[in-house]
Design a protein around this ligand. Structure first.
Ligand SMILES: [Zn+2]
Length: 601
């Protein structure tokens, strides 16, 4: 048949293409040197020496995104002063598109490329350099030869004055901490490098060496961190049955106020608030972040949706499975702290309550299905605007709760024999270890069905691809719990808007879909000045004495002009869930509860 012939031809072509790529990559040698002559002005200077070239043109590219953070960030925008030379003579290196430089290498086997990168974006996925330290988020620093992602490279770091320490999961060469080796570009792009005077300490878990690198100071207790982080590592390793790393590095950036994290194969970069470690909630949140990013070393870095590796560094990589890759990781970050006995059951249940309230108070939950939220991460969740809460749902929050529902379903159906852990381990063994590829939507669904012992077509139709409200109580009841909306009987009036105060002025920053402000035309960016002619001084008290159905007139300044809007107050429909134990808990419910929450007798 025609399709069969086409397929065969395709594979033959692919074979030759791969053969060419491997041949080219294996012959080429790449050595980078990174210096910081103007660290105080936020520059990293890169020299790249490529030898063993056997082609007439060489395209050098910079990735447009960094895996784990689903947004095209155009890292080439920070590159300047690009030049190429061979045998001491400059050669032309025109750009042929936004992130590609083309070098004429006819008759040339080795070239030296130099460029500078401006590094001043503070985040876990972008590079930052100043006189105190350098953080190299490698996707935005290192240019690679097109179609040679398999090529190994060495990276020599020449530190700025006073810098003493390099922290990265890349191995050092001949014991020289300033020279590192990367076996291929997927590894290099997954190995951020921190250089400076960071505080480094470590711990071991079953032969795996953990290194914690603290940048920016902080009131952390090293001994306490070693104990708690090790507990997390032990618990997460138990889920998957093995720790595939020999060494793992936590790079922690401490700021006045910081947060967020980005996962890598053998390391992670975390943002933290330097004075928050002594605050119990702040410390717990930090451990939650540790648990989240470390869990990713399995879930998404190795057990991954099929399109997330090998990566296309030039374009968006679309997947409908971020609700598993991110949502389940968000679910586990709380579950692991509970199973490691770091948090108590009440704290765990209150984290669940928080997730439920976040989802159910988001109008976008009735607009955007979970799988679609994942697919559109590139243009929606990573590019939020004032209307995002009305139009979308977070695959973190809803993915976490769908994960919880599936966990409870599996524990209940198997009478406590299996849990979501078993599905994760099975998927890791089957796809990462045996088949050595990512999974499809259908393959993960089949694994859930295997352990739940039932068909999940309806579940997927409703909760993954559809907009049906999650039936929390059906699943919580398996463990003898019930969620109740404490706000169910209330009838408080509301404008349905969110405001912010700036220099004593009150501005609208959000209008809730279907609320009074939405219906009667209050807009984002309106400055609220008066209600019924009385100047507004305090937003919290403007509706005192009013009730649902009352008509008020709201005066705003919009684009410099005053405007008075008649507004009919509507009921404040914010939900406020609470989770309680059912009055009577059956033996099976207790079995499910203990398994789910990791309760020990
Ligand atoms: Zn994550």
């Amino acid at each position: 048949m025609k399709t069969v012939k086409l397929t065969a031809l395709f594979f033959i072509l692919l074979f030759f293409m791969n053969a060419t790529i491997t041949q080219a990559a294996s012959a080429v040698k790449i050595a980078y040197t990174v210096t910081f002559p103007e660290a105080q002005a936020h520059y990293a200077d890169v020299e790249m020496n490529i030898s063993g070239i056997a082609q007439n043109t060489l395209d050098l590219k910079m990735p447009v995104w960094t895996p784990g953070s689903y947004l095209v960030r155009e890292f080439a925008k920070n590159v300047e002063s690009f030049s190429a030379s061979a045998n001491g003579k400059e050669i032309k290196s025109p750009k042929i598109n936004k992130n590609t430089w083309q070098i004429n290498t006819a008759g040339i086997s080795a070239v030296t490329v130099k460029y500078r990168v401006y590094c001043f974006e503070v985040s876990v996925r972008t590079s930052f350099v100043d006189a105190s330290h350098g953080f190299l988020s490698t996707t935005g620093i290192f240019i690679y030869p097109d179609k040679m992602l398999n090529a190994p490279s060495t990276i020599k770091i020449v530190p700025y004055k006073g810098w003493t320490t390099v922290s990265t999961s890349l191995d050092s060469v001949n014991g020289d901490t300033f020279t590192r080796y990367s076996p291929n570009f997927d590894i290099l792009f997954d190995s951020p490098i921190e250089v400076g005077t960071q505080d480094v300490f470590g711990f071991d878990v079953s032969g795996v060496k953990y290194e914690v690198c603290m940048v920016g100071g902080g009131n952390y207790d090293k001994e306490m961190l070693k104990i708690d982080m090790a507990k997390i590592v032990v618990q997460e390793t138990k889920v998957f049955g093995e720790n595939p790393n020999k060494r793992y590095v936590f790079i922690v950036h401490n700021y006045q106020r910081g947060g967020g994290g980005l996962e890598h194969l053998s390391s992670t970069t975390l943002g933290a608030s330097r004075d928050n470690y002594t605050n119990p909630t702040g410390y717990r949140n930090f451990l939650g972040l540790v648990a989240h990013e470390h869990f990713h070393l399995w879930n998404v870095k190795r057990l991954r949706p099929i399109v997330l590796g090998p990566f296309d560094y030039d374009n968006e990589n679309y997947t409908t499975d971020l609700w598993i890759a991110e949502g389940f990781t968000a679910y586990y970050q709380n579950l692991i702290l509970r199973h490691a006995q770091i948090t108590n059951p009440e704290t765990y249940l209150s984290a669940i309550t928080g997730e439920i309230n976040t989802i159910e108070n988001q109008p976008g939950a009735k607009v955007q299905p979970l799988a679609e939220a994942s697919f559109d991460a590139w243009i929606k969740s990573y590019r939020p605007n004032e209307n995002s809460a009305n139009t979308g749902i977070s695959y973190y929050d809803k993915g976490a709760m769908v994960g919880m529902l599936l966990d409870l379903e599996i524990i209940n159906d198997s009478k406590g024999k299996y849990a979501l852990d078993d599905v994760m381990k099975y998927m890791y063994d089957t796809y990462y270890k045996q088949k050595k590829r990512g999974y499809t939507d259908e393959e993960f669904k089949q694994a859930f069905e295997k352990f739940a012992g039932k068909n999940l077509d309806e579940f997927y139709k409703n909760y993954v691809y559809g907009l049906t409200q999650l039936d929390y109580n059906k699943y919580l009841a398996y463990a003898g719990y019930k969620a109740t909306d404490e706000a169910a009987g209330t009838n408080d009036p509301s404008l349905g808007i969110m405001t912010v105060e700036n220099n004593g002025k009150k501005y609208v920053i959000g209008v809730q879909r279907g609320g009074a402000g939405w219906v009667d035309g209050i807009n984002v960016n309106d400055e609220l000045t008066a209600i019924d002619g009385t100047p507004i001084t305090d937003m919290a008290s403007i509706l005192i004495g009013k009730k649902v159905g009352d008509k008020v007139s709201i005066t705003v300044i919009r684009d410099g002009l005053p405007l008075t809007l008649p507004v009919t107050l509507l009921r404040n429909n914010r939900l406020k869930y609470r989770i309680d134990s059912l009055p009577e808990v059956t033996p099976l419910q207790m079995v499910v509860r203990k398994k789910w929450m990791g309760l020990v007798d």
